[in-house]
Design a protein around this ligand. Structure first.
Ligand SMILES: Nc1ncnc2c1ncn2[C@@H]1O[C@H](COP(=O)(O)OP(=O)(O)OP(=O)(O)O)[C@@H](O)[C@H]1O
Length: 202
């Protein structure tokens, strides 16, 4: 079984990678869903208590709590959808990474998605927020919080790096390549003649 974990700073393109997977029939398991569910079980609104409950779960069950609860979901998703590959979105620390490597062995691949701060700010702005200084400050703070949680160190352990500084189409193509998705599905066959698949390798 192949499990692809994605890691990246806010706005780097993880959600977009997950959409590519879903569109190709690769099940996606979002680690944040574990936290949202726990909020609901405790009668709390996830929109308000998500961050706090993530911390509470780690305190109560250990730093790898969210990964530990995600692992059975990954196996279930694979079984239910009869899939050999599952994408898991939301890794934030090396403790979680170790847990996944332990559970899936060589079948686990960590994919880091990179985009520089300005580009992420611009893309997140286009996602619905305006592009004011307060947004930039908010993104800087989010980056810092994520890095403190261990995301920066986790990025350094990636098996595969994706540089998301080009077009959305180029990024989607690279994600399909990493996920091992055949290129001809749903695409206009005329396109594959115009653009060499895989970036024109010999
Ligand atoms: N190469 C690209 N060109 C243009 N827009 C892009 C590109 N990659 C991603 N985007 C857009 O940028 C926005 C942020 O990307 P995405 O939502 O995938 O980031 P994320 O890593 O999931 O962020 P978060 O951690 O905040 O959820 C989205 O609207 C996405 O469609």
């Amino acid at each position: 079984m192949n499990v692809i974990g994605t890691v990246g700073l806010p706005g780097s393109g993880k959600g977009e990678a997950a959409s590519v997977a879903e569109a190709a029939g690769v099940p996606v398991v979002v680690m944040g869903d574990v936290i949202r569910e726990e909020c609901r079980e405790r009668g709390l609104d996830p929109a308000e208590h998500h961050g706090r409950i993530a911390g509470v779960l780690r305190e109560e069950e250990g730093d790898d709590a969210i990964a530990a609860r995600t692992i059975p979901r990954i196996r279930e998703a694979a079984e239910e959808r009869d899939a050999d590959t599952v994408l898991v979105d939301g890794l934030r620390s090396t403790v979680e990474l170790e847990r996944f490597r332990e559970a899936f062995g060589d079948g686990f691949t960590l994919v880091a998605v990179h985009a520089p701060f300005e580009l992420r700010a611009e893309r997140l702005g286009e996602r619905g927020r305006d592009d004011s200084d307060s947004d930039l400050e908010a993104l800087r703070e989010r980056d810092e919080r994520e890095i403190d949680l261990g995301l920066g160190e986790t990025l350094e352990h990636a098996d595969v790096e994706i540089d998301n500084t080009g077009t959305l189409d180029a990024f989607r193509e690279r994600v399909r390549e990493v996920l091992g998705i055949e290129d001809d599905e749903g695409d206009d066959p005329a396109d594959s003649d115009a653009e060499p698949a895989g970036g024109g390798r010999p």
